[in-house]
Design a protein around this ligand. Structure first.
Ligand code: NAD
Length: 484
């Protein structure tokens, strides 16, 4: 039996200059439970006045936060990590309510978020500079790294807690202040995050959270001379737009954008293991993961055996409300994703593909789309060219490693990539020649706090996580001193 506090969806607010701000007379939007289409709450939209307050608060707070000790910053991040673990049940329940993923996956997201906080708390004490040997004994040359200033960040709905916290940890750990606009579709966890930072003693203005019409907020914040850095996670199209705007105002960017991850299953792989692992991994968050394997290349000779095993494992994922016991795959986060799935399946069928399982929206309420596998998919089909960001899997065959690498690298994306093979030589060839920010062979080993996450080509700029995590929030200052 769940306790009473976790039965209720929380009141939603902004957090500006240390104040929680509700709707009052502001515009707002209704937050919907994607499992049943029912309203959960009302989210206030920031006015221009609210954004100006957030900018002023972040600028004022930067003047002291920038000089705060790394151990002090670490203590706050660690305190919040502890609270995230204590409040895990409530956080996870509300993520399932507004985002849709099954409760077990929401629990993993919450525990991962605490890991990120703890790791950044450690790593921010290691923002080192260096000494460069000088040409004269009377000169000392040093390089120091200093926080870049006020940052504006935009995080998405697929991992509403984790993606937002990654940006908070990196900015605050580096000594920057932040205005974050998380995703309006799944806001509960970021309201809770603001409450936890407030309780942990974060000075007012260091973290500000606003909501609204995404394009209006990003446009206003990025143009402001107060903002020195922009971080965005979301689609390539929006990322390019925001990066161009930031470039016009000479601002640093981190862009974690879409991918269209190839998975290469070679004929020497453990086919059963590959099929089982891929069915589980592809099903996470109903495929709404930027790193989700989304183009399946299977070598001739094993494609029939692989497809049979994969379809059986993937199709058995029970669809339902993420709070119901027995649900393995929840709804898509909103109706736009269901419409996108219908369109890409129709396009693939028009180009000669066959549906092996799924393919149709089920009857009844909620934004559901079933695990769907397509075979015989032409490389020109939309599902092979554009990120599906959902549970649709195109399976296609290949003959040689050279051929599959050419096809895998033929799209403008380059985020994650996967391969299954028992050959060390093939693993080496594939991992060095795939155009991707991340490669993982024979397992799924991505997105840990201590490992860098980022893409190449249209998939983005910069890394989140790993020792690289603070780079984009710091500028490099060279100091040369001569004794006189
Ligand atoms: P969308 O482009 O409307 O929204 C995606 C995210 O970007 C949302 O969180 C939204 O609030 C934000 N956004 C949109 N326009 C913005 C703007 N002008 N300024 C600031 N933020 C903005 O698409 P959608 O239908 O919600 O999501 C589908 C697409 O989004 C997918 O194809 C996928 O590429 C991308 N996406 C990527 C990730 C990721 O982890 N890289 C996460 C979520 C969505």
């Amino acid at each position: 039996m769940r306790n009473e506090a976790v039965q209720v969806y929380p009141a939603l607010s902004m957090y500006i200059g240390g104040q929680f701000i509700g709707a009052d007379s502001r515009d707002g939007q209704t937050v919907i439970n994607p499992a049943n289409g029912m309203p959960l709450g009302t989210l206030p939209h920031a006015t221009i006045g609210d954004l100006d307050c957030a900018l002023a608060a972040a600028a004022a707070a930067f003047e002291s936060w920038r000089w705060s000790s790394p151990t002090g910053r670490a203590a706050i991040l660690r305190k919040v990590a502890g609270m995230v673990r204590e409040r895990a049940e409530t956080l996870a329940l509300n993520i399932t309510r507004d985002q849709g993923k099954p409760l077990a996956e929401a629990c993993i997201e919450v525990s991962g978020a605490a890991d990120h906080l703890e790791w950044h708390a450690e790593e921010c004490r290691r923002i080192y500079g260096r000494v460069i040997p000088a040409r004269s004994a009377s000169v000392r040359q040093t390089v120091i790294r200093q926080p870049i200033g006020v940052c504006a960040a935009f995080s998405p709905w697929n991992f509403p807690l984790n993606q937002g916290l990654r940006k908070i940890c990196a900015a605050l750990g580096a000594g920057c202040t932040l205005i974050l606009k998380p995703a309006e579709e799944a806001p509960s966890c970021m309201v809770a995050v603001a409450e936890m930072f407030e309780e942990a003693g974060l000075p007012p203005g260091v973290l500000n959270i606003v909501w609204g019409v995404p394009s209006e907020i990003s446009d206003y914040l990025i143009r402001s001379p107060i903002v020195r850095k922009v971080s965005f996670t979301g689609s390539v199209a929006v990322g390019k737009h925001l990066a161009a705007l930031a470039g016009a105002h000479m601002k640093r960017v981190t862009m974690e954008l879409g991918g269209h991850s190839p998975v290469i299953v070679c004929d020497d792989a453990d086919i059963e293991r590959a099929a089982t692992l891929l069915a589980g991994y592809k099903g996470l968050n109903a495929g709404q993961v930027c790193m989700s394997p989304s183009r399946f290349f299977v070598q001739e000779g094993v494609i029939d055996a692989f497809s049979e095993l994969f379809v059986a494992a993937y199709a058995s994922r029970t669809l339902g409300d993420g709070l119901d016991e027995g649900t393995i795959m929840g709804p898509l986060a909103h109706e736009r994703r269901v419409e996108a799935m219908i369109a890409i399946v129709e396009d693939a069928l028009d180009r000669g593909a066959r549906v092996m399982t799924g393919g149709h929206r089920p009857e009844g309420p909620g934004s559901f789309f079933p695990p769907t596998v397509l075979t015989g998919v032409a490389d020109e089909a939309t599902v092979m060219r554009e990120e599906p960001f959902g549970p649709v899997v195109p399976v296609t065959s290949f003959s040689t490693i050279d051929e599959v690498l050419g096809r895998a690298n033929s799209v403008p994306y380059g985020l994650a990539s996967y391969a299954f093979t028992r050959s060390l030589e093939r693993a080496h060839t594939i991992s060095t020649r795939l155009e991707a920010g991340m490669v993982t062979i024979n397992h799924f080993g991505l997105a840990l706090p201590e490992t860098p996450l980022g893409g190449v080509k249209d998939s983005g700029l910069g890394s989140e996580g790993g020792v690289e995590t603070f780079d984009a929030y710091l500028h490099t200052k060279f100091i040369s001193e001569q004794t006189v």
